[in-house]
Design a protein around this ligand. Structure first.
Ligand code: ANZ
Ligand code: ZN
Length: 806
């Protein structure tokens, strides 16, 4: 008897698949229906972790199953390979980001290949390679031409001691993550993508994404944040200048007793200009610049502000309202000005109490208007519309919807990102790089000091250039793009990754998109998915593609936990995938991960669970090994006994259940559980003296086929052992035999006074009276009804008999 030598089995099949090109596919082949299975590509940190193993194991089962079902499956993998860690490594270890990144990719690819994943590596992309970022730059230029990319001033986080711009994540409680200095705000010109161009579509199309988790759709919806209200204009007292505010509560206007402006707004600056309040604003602004956006928007922010010396007139009450600046008003939302309603808005309430401002309630407990003149007594919803009408009549306001969604700031003062392909000329201004000069390559003569605005500034060969328009000396843009730009379109490039004329061929991408199944972490539920959706809409507008949404179905997998908390390097509670595979094999690792929890749920790591899966695979191996000679014979079913029929029913029922579980339901754990049951039954059945070898053969084949997508190496090996030719993944997914699962007998539940007391077997289609008799005469049931009065017997055909006794 041979043993389950997973090491040599896995090595053997990985080599065989490789040599045969098992997973190569042609995206231009349209002879079969397409299926695009995509897992979120990783940042190449150098080491895979259990989260990757989980993500990719799930994707691999889906891809293999769909291929067996006859689809042409696109299942690619690549690298989100620009980003800060490479740059930090460069600063720390004096190694070039490109070298560091490529060696990490090498390492990770090797680790992934240990898992036996069915990727077509010919489709690989790495976003930091010139072959890829050339097209990211081309896309930028197209967006620029279409006014979907533009430049404007904005504030960035600046560390005065590191002399560098910090990303929001690098600011911890207002301090630089590296040196703890107080972070300042510095105004720089920055590039933006106009995400707001598609706010309506991004919101409306969420409705059609019924293959997405509801919670993710909701998160997107909240992020886009559409609100309904009005713009209202207030005249400045003693001037004909006006201030416009955005409010979602025009019904509360009679209760508005002060106005609050964002300290950064131009409005505030204009109002104090040349007055004694100018230094007040300056001092307040300096304080604001030490705070991050996140802190400013926090609900528990301690409200603070200053009066700036002027008043506005409330258009409906005619009363004077003092104008303040306050930390809770944001410059880039609405108009940057708020009508303060202390009685009905929590933030305004905190503020009014602190600074002793007037508080006038205008809506009572029954949602009826009070203190609101002609609107008194009206329901507040009615007043909402009526007040807007009134303001419109007066020329003081109008209905307005607003989106919380901002344009996307894509400039990064970093080296290891995609260079923004524009040139600045003193005479011509911003000049796009000619397409024939793409890619704008990252220079290699850069010093990584961690200081300065952008590392690219230190490269003369890079910054100095000539203007494409007039030929005069000019300089290049030194900022690079946010890495979310790279990951917003990689899944389109996969479909046509060798294209050297354009980012992708329109027909090819129109055929392959949307992705049929996208799988990844819920941490990308907002930004990555939103940006990818926005790119899709932008490409459609450019006429490059015709689909509306990038991802038809989305699965957000749960976390991998150890002792209840997320496995992470910082907590030191990790299990190394490499060590795991070395100890038990990839098939055990995959099986455990898929069996231990449904994919959307968190998964608690258990060494015992891994052990259990390993034992199970050993058990399967021994069983198939023992029965292989039988499985190779030419056999007929002949006459079947009850036991034979039961075994056939089990086999075919299992096949049916697994097929249903895998068909877009992600019931991996229940499918594996069903397989385990089948194995148990088969172990018992094979010991029967009058066993039927044709029944065994049928069961063994089902076992191997069902196992294959989960444990592909062992699947192939067993397939060979039972005399078939590789590959088990080239055969079609088998249909189950319907006639085998239509049993001659059914199980009938017998209840006495509503309590289940026994289960009895009865022929299918048995008469109700015969059913009742069988139940009443059953030995076990007799014990429960002896000496009692049978009042009533109810029978539900083929299911249940209930006996009522007194
Ligand atoms: C008066 C009022 C009364 C308001 C009330 C709310 C409740 P959403 O729903 O998020 O769109 N607001 C407007 N612009 C702002 C800014 N730049 N920074 C901070 N807050 C701002 O929020 C709209 C509401 O947020 C607006 O409606 C405004 O306050 C405030 F009982 O106006 B409201
Ligand atoms: Zn010029």
């Amino acid at each position: 008897m041979s043993v389950y030598d997973f090491k040599s089995i896995e090595k053997k099949w990985q080599k065989a698949w490789d040599e045969k090109g098992q997973y190569k596919m042609d995206t231009r082949d349209t002879s079969k229906p397409k299926y695009y299975c995509l897992e979120m590509f990783p940042y190449p940190s150098g080491k895979i972790h259990m989260g990757h193993v989980r993500n990719y194991s799930i994707g691999d089962v889906v891809a293999r199953f769909k291929k067996m079902q006859g689809y042409n499956v696109l299942h690619p993998m690549g690298w989100d390979s620009f980003g800060l860690p490479a740059e930090n490594a460069a600063i720390k270890n004096n190694i070039h980001p490109h070298v560091w990144t490529m060696s990490n990719i090498e390492e990770m690819k090797e680790q992934l290949s240990m898992l036996g994943l069915s990727y077509d590596w010919d489709k690989e992309v790495a976003t930091s390679t010139p072959e890829y970022y050339k097209w990211t730059q081309k896309i930028f230029l197209e967006f620029y031409k279409a006014s979907l990319a533009y430049k404007k001033n904005s504030f960035v986080n600046w560390c005065p001691s590191c002399e560098t711009v910090l990303a929001n994540e690098q600011v911890v409680q207002g301090q630089c993550e590296r040196c703890d200095s107080l972070v300042e705000k510095k105004e720089l010109e920055q590039w933006y993508f106009k995400t707001t161009e598609f706010s309506e579509e991004l919101l409306a199309d969420l409705d059609g994404l019924d293959g997405w988790p509801e919670k993710v759709r909701l998160m997107q919806k909240n992020w886009i944040g559409k609100s309904f209200g009005a713009n209202v204009t207030f005249q400045i007292d003693g001037s004909d200048q006006e201030i416009s505010v955005y409010t979602t509560r025009p019904d509360t206007i009679f209760g508005s007793t002060f106005m609050v402006l964002a300290p950064e707004s131009h409005l505030a600056r204009d109002l104090v200009a040349g007055t004694e309040y100018e230094p007040v604003l300056d001092e307040f602004l300096a304080k604001m610049h030490t705070m991050t956006q996140i802190e400013r928007e926090a609900a528990d922010l301690e409200k603070e502000g200053k009066f700036i010396g002027k008043y506005v007139i409330n258009p409906l009450t005619g009363k004077k309202m003092p104008i303040w600046i306050a930390n809770y008003v944001l410059a880039d939302y609405g108009t940057g000005a708020v009508m303060g309603v202390a009685a009905h808005d929590d933030r305004d309430n905190d503020f009014a109490k602190k600074y002793d401002l007037e508080i006038i309630p205008v809506i009572d407990e029954d949602d009826k208007m009070i203190n609101s003149g002609q609107f008194d007594g009206m329901n507040k919803d009615e007043a909402f519309d009526k007040i807007i009408e009134k303001l419109e009549e007066m020329g003081k306001g109008n209905k307005k919807t607003n989106f919380r969604l901002r344009d996307w700031l894509i400039s990064r003062q970093r080296y290891w990102g995609c260079p923004i392909p524009v040139i600045y000329c003193l005479d011509c201004g911003i000049v796009p790089v000619d397409e024939k000069d793409l890619p704008v390559l990252l220079p290699t003569d850069v010093e990584f000091t961690g200081k300065g605005e952008s590392p690219l500034a230190s490269s003369k060969t890079f910054t100095e250039c000539s203007c494409p328009k007039c030929g005069k000396p000019a300089r290049r843009e030194i900022d690079t793009m946010d890495t979310f730009v790279d990951s917003s379109w990689y899944y389109m490039r996969y479909a046509d990754n060798m294209n050297s004329d354009r980012p992708f061929d329109t027909d090819v991408v129109n055929n392959w998109l949307p992705v049929d199944q996208y799988i990844g972490g819920v941490e990308h539920a907002i930004l990555h998915l939103l940006y990818a959706r926005w790119f899709t809409k932008a490409f459609k507008k450019l006429g490059w593609t015709s689909h509306d949404e990038p991802f038809k179905n989305l699965l957000t997998q749960g976390m991998v936990l150890m002792d209840g908390s997320k496995m992470s390097k910082s907590k030191g509670n990790t299990v190394s995938p490499v060590e795991l595979v070395e100890k038990y094999g990839a098939d055990t690792a995959r099986l455990f991960i898929l069996f231990a929890a449904p994919p959307e749920r968190d998964l608690e790591w258990s060494e015992q669970g891994v052990e259990g899966c390993f034992k199970f695979l050993n058990r399967v191996y021994r069983l198939v090994d023992e029965l292989a000679p039988v499985a190779k014979l030419e056999l007929e079913f002949g006459n079947l006994t009850k036991a034979d029929k039961d075994m056939r029913a089990k086999t075919n029922n299992t096949l049916k259940k697994v097929t249903e579980d895998l068909n877009d339901k992600f019931g991996f754990n229940t499918a594996i559980a069903a397989l385990m049951e089948l194995i148990n039954d088969l172990y018992k059945y094979k010991e029967l003296e009058d066993r039927n070898d044709a029944v065994i053969k049928e069961a063994i084949k089902a076992v191997v086929v069902i196992l294959a997508p989960f444990a592909p190496h062992l699947g192939e090996e067993l397939w060979l052992m039972i005399g078939k030719e590789a590959s088990v993944f080239d055969i079609g997914w088998p249909d189950y035999d319907k006639s085998a699962i239509q049993l001659d007998e059914v199980e009938i539940i017998v209840q006495v006074n509503g309590k289940v007391r026994n289960k009895i077997n009865a022929p299918v289609g048995i008469d109700q009276d015969v059913m009742k008799n069988l139940a009443l005469n059953d030995e076990k049931i007799k014990e429960f009804i002896e000496g009692k009065n049978v009042v009533k017997v109810i029978a539900i055909p083929s299911k249940l008999v209930n006996i009522v006794v007194k």
